[in-house]
Design a protein around this ligand. Sequence first.
Ligand SMILES: [Zn+2]
Length: 285
Amino acid sequence: MVRCLRIPFFIFLILFYFLPLQQDSIGQVNPKTKVAFTIDDLPFSSYRTLNTTEKNFIYDKIISTFAKYKIKAVCFVIGSNYKPVDQPFLKKIADAGHILANHTFSHYDYNTVSFEQYSKDILKLDELLKKFNVPKKYFRFPYLSEGNTKEKLESIYSFLKQNAITPVPVSIFCTDVNFSQAFEKAYTKNDKKEIDRIASEYLADFKNNTKRGLEFARNHTRKNPGHIMLFHMSLLSAYTIDGLLEICREYNLEFVTVDEILKEEWYQKPPKYFGGAGYTHFERY
Ligand SMILES: [Zn+2]
């Protein structure tokens, strides 16, 4: 009897250990990888004016899901997107332990404006953010555009340093912007079939893109560096946040803070890339 049980148990052990590795594995195994979350374009990233129900849905869904997964994010505000009526939403996310941060007042592409204009614009938003509890100052370059000349790149980094503002790069871009407009249209029409079709198409794309981002960084560094992910404060993000974090779990991603990632050696080097916008951290590295 004991002998009979042993073989199936042995087979069970083999299946238990090896089956999960075959599912969407990176190489052979998904090693535990640290990831921090950032959200761009607060208060809202939208193609139309959102109503209060939609605004509440976005903030309540993202805040409650992050709480469930014990995630603390850095959330980048655009000054020109901000209206006093949206103050309670920013307050709500800051009160939940997420950090509001600077994404310039006017969402300028740094490659198209001067250092003087750009740095003034950062300070203008810095003033506005004083309304909120901001424990530490972070900055995200709109369009991931850090300057088209060496001088502009160096000037802005030394300006940020002088003002005790920490720039936060992106290593995995969630590609939500490619789906957001179509999603919002379907959402406006309350077309449930289309809403779910676009949401699942986005999540499939997120899954592939995350896999590529993880592999690229591992091949590039020959190690397993941590990542900083970016998505936008939109209806699509709120609608898909559960699915997105499930995919992160499948890839064995461990949720940490931005500061923990920035301590890693890959995020310590002085920036040297200037030129075209939109490149992720390891593409510039
Ligand atoms: Zn932005």
